[in-house]
Design a protein around this ligand. Structure first.
Ligand code: WT7
Length: 655
């Protein structure tokens, strides 16, 4: 964010006090911040609302910092907490999932239905040789079987690594190899934008030529009945196998520090990081925050989080937090524009959704389309709205509240990360007077500080880097296979503090305003992408000699990928136009990483701005990409290079 944008943001004066009726019925009540004074005691109390096969005696061990252990000598089973205990409490008939397929098919699962499916799936995994600690890759559409697969893996103490269905075969292969997955669970395809989008071919490609020797079997859910290739020695139909296994499975307890999942996310290098989460602390914080931030009244509310299971939001606020709380929720397979832009609001109306959680990029898209698309639907069931993934600008916040929330719903702007596992900074509805665009305060039991370059805490009215100053239950336990990188990335910049990678400012009241990433990580539509990873993909193409990628601000997607490339003229095998070349390069990035990483714009340039030590000055390229006056160029090895680039870019094609 540029200085003027920040100033603009901080001059926001609108305030929204909680409505009295909301506050009276809210789960979170005012004394809660005081109650959390002793954070270890506070989280220990929250953890006790889970079912423990063996109770823990010690809440936190941070003696091997930054590696934390929460509730370590306790034993629990995540799936038992999400399913069995609700059924045992007599809620077996309560609806757990309202599934809405994109083509219009729908299916309902009660807690008992889900438990039965998860038990069968657990038996199937065991039959296929999966044991506690083994890794299972999941590459699926957003359908109930994805939830069932994750819960089943968790149930037997294995570790899932969900790879978003929008990632390419190459990205899938990298992630399977890094985790050493034994089994892949996928589907023939999923529905997106009115079409069956095949998934199984990407798995075939990822596993071809013995690229992933750890994989023994591939389980395939039949979703679209699209034509797929079949390897008799390796592939199995989910349905056929599920019909053969036993329906009974007794969940056993595992240590609270037993691994639950790995989820890959982009960092500032070319190699994605496998973020590792464990069970007891993760389930404690995801369930506590889900209940308190979203004010979930289980058995009454219908909750809908639009995130795909392929992202951390889908893990924490679809599969684990809500289910641990016995919530009734909606999951929708497809895109918001299919068959038309009314689809989401039709779903809200159909299922009487009360609590809705989505990303600013979606809100801005609807805001641009105008209120008319929404006006055809009855959204009066909504009583709370949430936002996540990137800073939400005040206009979008106000539009969300006014148009989607009929001018009355509280809005919770929730800041967190794949690494934090659960919400860290957010208003509490019913307690916090909100400001449009601010995530407000750390939740009870969480401590954050904004620090300057030297790690000194800044005062109110000042900006700096966001850090977390005490361990929290759902914190990442490391990077899969790379403990050094974990320490280096998050704990070395400000000793003793977790460095989130975000810039933030404290206003005069001490409330937090998130200002976006300060590292080489971009945030496109709430999804994290690494500049370096896309640069590596570009230079892997024979046409490209050098590449620099920046995240430029974009009115809808927050940031957009903009690339500057220097071509190897000698390698061009056709005399196509520059537009042909940039199209080919964009497609190449989509093929290597996935369509989400496709640059919005590629500029062909003859030079890149570098410091004397050879580091690309992305700041200057960002100025170009955002069409601003170029900043300070004095540290460049060649100070004229920016003039050349500006002239070139003026001629460049944008698509
Ligand atoms: C990055 C984490 C957390 C689930 C989705 C993204 C940005 C996230 C907010 C927010 C401002 C936010 C940060 C963070 N971010 N939520 N409410 N306000 N920025 O998870 O892919 O791990 O990305 O998303 O920059 O570091 P992720």
């Amino acid at each position: 964010m540029s200085e003027p944008e920040i100033e603009n943001l901080l001059s926001e004066t609108r305030r929204f006090a909680p409505a009295r009726e909301f506050a009276a019925q809210a789960i979170a009540q005012p004394g809660i911040y005081d109650e959390a004074e002793d954070f270890v005691e506070f989280w220990s109390k929250q953890a006790k609302s889970l079912h423990w096969h063996k109770p823990f005696t010690k809440a936190l061990d941070f003696s091997d910092a930054p590696f934390a252990k929460w509730f370590e000598d306790g034993e629990l089973n995540v799936s038992y907490n999400c399913l069995d205990r609700h059924v045992e409490a007599g809620w077996g008939k309560r609806i757990a999932l309202f599934f809405e397929g994109e083509p219009g098919d729908s299916k309902t699962y009660t807690y008992l239905d889900l438990l039965t499916e998860v038990k069968k799936a657990a038996n199937l995994l065991i039959k296929l040789g999966v044991r506690a600690g083994d890794r299972v890759a999941i590459y699926m559409p957003h359908i109930p079987e994805a939830v069932i697969a994750m819960q089943a893996v968790a149930r037997i103490g294995a570790v899932h690594s969900v790879v978003f269905g929008g990632f390419s075969a190459d990205s899938l292969a990298d992630r399977i190899q890094d985790a050493g997955a034994k089994l892949v669970i996928t589907a023939d395809g999923g529905y997106r934008k009115g079409k069956a989008l095949p998934l199984k071919p990407a798995v075939d490609e990822a596993l071809a030529n013995e690229k992933c020797p750890s994989v023994e079997k591939v389980l395939v859910v039949k979703r679209c009945a699209n034509e797929i290739a079949w390897d008799e020695s390796r592939d199995l139909w989910w349905d056929e196998e599920m019909a053969l296994v036993d329906k009974e499975h007794v969940a056993q307890g595992f240590s609270a520090e037993h691994p639950l999942f790995i989820l890959y996310t982009s960092g500032s290098t070319g190699k994605p990081k496998g973020i590792l989460h464990t069970t007891g602390g993760y389930l404690t914080q995801t369930s506590y925050t889900h209940k308190n931030v979203f004010d979930l009244h289980e058995g009454q509310d219908v909750y809908w989080c639009t995130a795909d299971v392929g992202w951390i939001t889908g893990h924490s606020y679809v599969v684990y937090g809500p289910m641990a709380n016995g919530a009734t929720q909606v999951i929708y397979e497809g895109t918001p524009d299919t068959p038309d832009w009314g689809r989401w609001w039709d779903i809200v109306q159909k299922y009487h959704v009360n609590i809705f959680y989505t990303a600013p990029t979606a809100i801005r898209t609807f805001m641009k389309l105008g209120s008319k698309v929404v006006s055809h639907y009855d959204l009066s069931s909504l009583r709370l709205l949430g936002s996540v993934g990137e800073p939400i600008n005040p206009e979008a916040w106000i539009w969300y509240r006014d148009v989607i929330g009929s001018g009355k719903t509280p809005i919770v702007d929730t800041w967190w990360q794949t690494e934090t596992g659960a919400i860290m900074i957010s208003p509490l509805p019913g307690i916090t007077e909100t400001k449009p665009g601010s995530a407000m305060k750390p939740l009870p039991g969480i401590s954050a500080a904004v620090v300057d370059d030297d790690g000194k805490v800044v005062g109110n009215g000042h900006g700096g880097y966001l850090t977390i100053t005490q361990p929290w239950p759902s914190m990442l336990r490391g990077i899969w296979g790379d403990p050094e990188r974990f320490k280096q990335t998050y704990w070395s910049r400000f000793p003793g503090k977790y460095f989130a990678g975000d810039g933030a400012k404290l206003d005069e009241d001490g409330d937090l305003w998130l200002l976006g990433r300060v590292d080489d990580v971009m945030n496109v539509s709430g999804h994290r992408l690494s500049t370096t990873e896309i640069e590596s993909a570009l230079v892997a193409h024979p046409y490209v000699a050098e590449a620099a990628v920046v995240g430029a601000s974009d009115a809808t997607t927050g940031q957009a990928v903009v690339a500057f490339v220097i071509l190897r003229r000698s390698q061009l095998d056709h005399t196509g136009s520059e537009a042909d070349i940039t199209k080919e390069l964009r497609d190449h990035v989509a093929k290597m990483i996935g369509p989400i990483a496709k640059p919005r714009t590629i500029f062909v340039v003859s030079e890149l701005p570098k410091t004397r030590s050879g580091k690309i000055m992305r700041r200057l390229l960002r100025d170009v990409a955002e069409d601003r006056p170029i900043g300070d160029v004095t540290t460049l090895s060649d100070t004229t290079v920016m003039d050349t680039i500006k002239t070139r870019v003026g001629l460049g094609a944008e698509d």
